[in-house]
Every structure is written in structure tokens, then in C-alpha cells.
Ligand binder design. Structure first.
Ligand code: FE2
Length: 298
């Protein structure tokens, strides 16, 4: 496969047995910054994880959270709820979920943007999905010395109100020195342009980070722009994939997704891996308490 061909498409393969990425797969990944592995997990496994997510949603009372939010400083309380979620399971609603009176337009499971960020360490079903020999092998072949699963997110991208995610690099949020972040993105439902699939700019991961998002000592979330140049979004390519697909992507790979205005949800599950050999700054927003240290795939 020539580099030109790689950059004109997102490299896509059937999932390799045992997660043993081939030399061709690794070459394509290095060139494009993204790699699609079809049928990595079974549709049954996807459905089981979706069912577990619904059970966890049962424990979420959006009105309790919003009554907290409605007190003094809305923005700061929103920030705190997010910042404290690194070692918890918390729920984040879509901004279009609310009606004029502040109530939810739909049942809560149809109003969620995401759930995060430690299901993989706190819930046995998510733990089992996140820690498999196949994923451990992929991490090893990508070159991780000491991989740690930094965060998990369940992305709902609900029908009709799923919001747009503008073009960004994940290492902006999950920064290490040197950079080591890699994303594992699992389609739990078919993802198409219609319901807001992921889109990538193949090859653009060779660009340095354009932003740093970090947590200041005063607890405010701050974004620092390092490079104002816009992304060449005319080169973006949709990753339309079936349920069970794993998309592996570099922490520098710029990606985005459009709003979901369709009648179909687009559930996905993501893991972000960092290398424990790299420095993890204390100013990063995502921090673990002493009771829940980061773990790898074992
Ligand atoms: Fe992202």
C-alpha cells in the first residue's frame, strides 16, 4: 500500500486473530494515524455492553444533579462535576435535552451525551470488555511499554439531539510527556454519516498539538491554543463502520463527528491508553484518587 493510497482513505482491515497487528496494518496506522479493524468484537458483546449501560443509567437521577447545578455558580459546578469524574461513573446530558422549563424532553437514556470516566475500573462488565488479551496484544504491538487505561467513555450520540464534536486531537485533553495517548473506539451500533460517525483527516496526526487543555490550580478548565491554523477539513474522511468495529487512533489524529439529527442513536465505547513510562502532569484535568490507581490490561 503506498502512502498516497493510505492518505486518501482510512486503512481498514478485518480484525487480526489475537489482536496480532500485521506489519501492513502497523505501516498503514503509522501513515494515517488511524486504523479500522472490522468485527473486532461480536455484536452480542456490543449488545451486552449497551444493556449494562442502560442498567447504570438507572442509578442516575438527572434531577439530583441539576438541583446541585442550579445553586450558585453553574459553570464552576459543571466543571467540578466533570473534573471529579476521573475515578467515578458520571453522566453528562446533551445540551439540547432540556425543554423551556428546564425539564428533560425525553426519557433520560435518550438525553445523555456520555458516561465517564472509570467504568473500566468500577464495573465488572465494562472491566471485562476493556481488558482482553486481544487489546493487550494491540497495545504491545503499537509499542507501549507499560500501557495504562486512563479513561473510559460511553458515548450515546442520541437520535435527534446528539451534538456535534468539532475537530480536535485527544492528546490535547490527555497529555503526557512525551505524548503517548492512543484511543480505542468501539462501535456498539452501526455508525454512518447519517447518525454522526467519526471522521478523520488521515495523515494529519503528524501535526503537533494545536491546543492544551488542562486544569489550573483554581479548578477552572482552561484551553490554551498553541496553533491557530485551521484543520484541512476538506480532507476529512468518514469512518462509516458496523457494530463490533474497533477504530484505533493516535492521540494526535484530528477527528470530529457531525450532529446526529437522524432517528438512530450511535452508541460507542472508548478507551484511552497512555504509557506509564511517560510523565502525567498534575495539571491535567483527569486525576485519580489514591484508592483507584491506573491499571493496564491485566
Ligand atoms: Fe476525541
Amino acid at each position: 500500500m503506498t502512502e498516497d493510497l493510505v492518505l486518501a482513505a482510512i486503512p481498514s482491515f478485518d480484525a487480526p486473530p489475537g489482536g496480532r497487528l500485521t506489519a501492513d496494518m502497523l505501516t498503514a496506522y503509522r501513515a494515517a494515524g488511524v486504523l479500522v479493524l472490522r468485527d473486532f468484537v461480536s455484536v452480542d458483546a456490543c449488545n451486552d455492553l449497551r444493556a449494562r449501560a442502560l442498567e447504570l443509567i438507572d442509578t442516575f437521577d438527572p434531577f439530583t444533579v441539576r438541583s446541585v447545578f442550579s445553586t450558585t455558580d453553574q459553570e464552576q459546578l459543571d466543571d467540578d462535576y466533570f473534573i471529579e469524574s476521573g475515578d467515578k461513573i458520571r453522566f453528562f446530558l446533551e445540551s439540547d435535552a432540556f425543554d423551556e422549563r428546564g425539564g428533560l424532553r425525553l426519557a433520560k437514556e435518550h438525553c445523555l451525551n456520555k458516561m465517564g470516566h472509570a467504568m473500566h475500573d468500577l464495573d465488572p462488565i465494562f472491566d471485562a470488555f476493556s481488558r482482553t488479551p486481544e487489546l493487550a496484544e494491540i497495545a504491545r504491538r503499537l509499542g507501549f511499554d507499560d500501557p495504562k487505561i486512563l479513561q473510559s467513555m460511553y458515548i450515546f450520540k442520541p437520535a435527534h439531539i446528539g451534538s456535534e464534536v468539532v475537530c480536535h486531537q485527544d492528546s490535547t485533553y490527555l497529555y503526557t510527556e512525551p505524548e503517548s495517548c492512543v484511543g480505542f473506539w468501539f462501535a456498539l451500533e452501526d455508525a454512518t454519516l447519517e447518525n454522526g460517525c467519526m471522521q478523520f483527516i488521515p495523515g494529519a496526526h503528524k501535526t503537533a498539538l494545536k491546543k492544551r487543555n488542562y486544569r489550573r490550580p483554581d479548578g477552572k478548565l482552561v484551553t490554551e491554543t498553541l496553533d491557530e491554523t485551521p484543520w484541512p477539513e476538506d480532507r476529512k474522511i468518514a469512518a462509516e463502520v458496523g457494530a463490533g468495529t474497533l477504530v484505533v487512533f493516535d492521540g494526535r489524529a484530528p477527528h470530529l463527528s457531525a450532529a446526529n439529527r437522524s432517528s438512530k442513536s450511535r452508541h460507542a465505547y472508548t478507551l484511552h491508553i497512555i504509557d506509564a513510562a511517560c510523565h502525567y502532569p498534575e495539571e491535567n484535568w483527569l486525576q485519580r484518587g489514591p484508592d483507584l490507581p491506573l491499571r493496564g490490561f491485566g
